[in-house]
Design a protein around this ligand. Structure first.
Ligand SMILES: Nc1ncnc2c1ncn2[C@@H]1O[C@H](COP(=O)(O)OP(=O)(O)OP(=O)(O)O)[C@@H](O)[C@H]1O
Length: 282
């Protein structure tokens, strides 16, 4: 298997009535098997990146490749591509198509041509996984935005994509369902699925991701492990993104202990452990 599952090379995309390109000469490789976080200010191009990444938009310049093969934009190739690359939209209203929750979750499975019994079994499994049992027969238009969000995530996950793209998945979710989603992402990742998720929640990205991309004005500015990316405070502050709370706290603790005292002082070690613990809880 290639080291990179998805690759953008010199990719640019402008909206027909946009004054500048939303994605500008973007070079970005998504590492296979990782949990990747994508961060950047409002309007930096995250959503446009996702729409390009699952072939809904075609770049005017550059190439996007899936497992080393450049995207093809004919109908059949796009259908195949979208079975491999699942995109959960930021706004669930843009994704849900059927009248009831059950029907919506089964929609993609029918398109794959599966047998009725298999579809019924997979839909039931997704309904349980996403805590949707009480809503299964409910008309979609009766659901709250947070409930619609859960259905839209279930719609994609039921298709078992190799790469799962999620645009702000925790938007509209309450803390309980956010925790549940994080648990599910963990399960999905453990089955070998690569995940790329955009979020404005730096604490969540710091805790969850093992690779982080930072975008600004349609370009990749930084990438690396959360530790290396969030150590670049100057760059992140220039982009007005700030740093996760755990990093902020760690810096304050470091300022309290002189450098030559840290290795000898048990209090410093204790503080560090407390912050690591807090990072897991954030
Ligand atoms: N349909 C559109 N027509 C014209 N310009 C657009 C359109 N959609 C987005 N843009 C512009 O493209 C740029 C990138 O927008 P995009 O939605 O990809 O950013 P984003 O990082 O997802 O933002 P957010 O964090 O607010 O969701 C912005 O300047 C935006 O104004």
């Amino acid at each position: 298997m290639s080291e990179w599952i998805l690759e953008f090379a010199g990719t640019s995309y402008s909206y027909p009535c946009g004054s500048r390109s939303a994605i500008h000469d973007l070079n970005l490789k998504v590492p296979a098997g990782k949990r990747c976080g994508l961060i950047g200010q409002n309007g930096c191009g995250k959503t446009t990146f996702f729409l390009l990444a699952n072939g809904l938009y075609q770049p005017q310049q550059g190439i996007i490749s899936w497992r080393g093969e450049p995207f093809r934009y004919d109908r059949k190739s796009l259908m195949q591509l979208r079975q491999q690359i699942g995109l959960v939209f930021q706004n669930p209203e843009h994704q849900l198509v059927a009248s009831t929750v059950e029907e919506d979750i089964s929609y993609g499975l029918y398109n794959l041509g599966l047998r009725e019994s298999e579809i019924a079994q997979q839909v039931q499994q997704a309904i349980e996984q996403f805590d949707l049992s009480e809503l299964a027969r409910e008309p979609i238009h009766n659901l709250s935005l947070g409930q619609k969000k859960r259905v839209s995530i279930a719609d994609i996950m039921v298709l078992k994509p190799k790469l799962l793209l999620l645009d702000e998945p925790t938007a509209y979710l309450d803390p309980r369902h956010t925790r549940q989603l994080i648990g599910l992402l963990q399960q999905i990742h453990s089955t070998g699925t690569t995940i790329l998720l955009a979020s404005h929640d730096l604490d969540f990205i710091y805790r969850w991701a093992d690779w982080v991309f930072v975008m600004d004005r349609g370009k990749l500015i930084l990438e690396g492990t959360p530790e290396t990316v969030f150590a670049q405070r100057d760059v992140l502050e220039q982009l007005q993104l700030g740093v996760p709370l755990a990093i902020e706290l760690m810096e304050q603790i470091r300022a309290m202990f002189p450098a030559d005292d840290r290795s000898k002082n048990p209090a410093f070690e204790q503080w560090q452990q407390q912050i690591l613990q807090a990072r897991r809880l954030l």
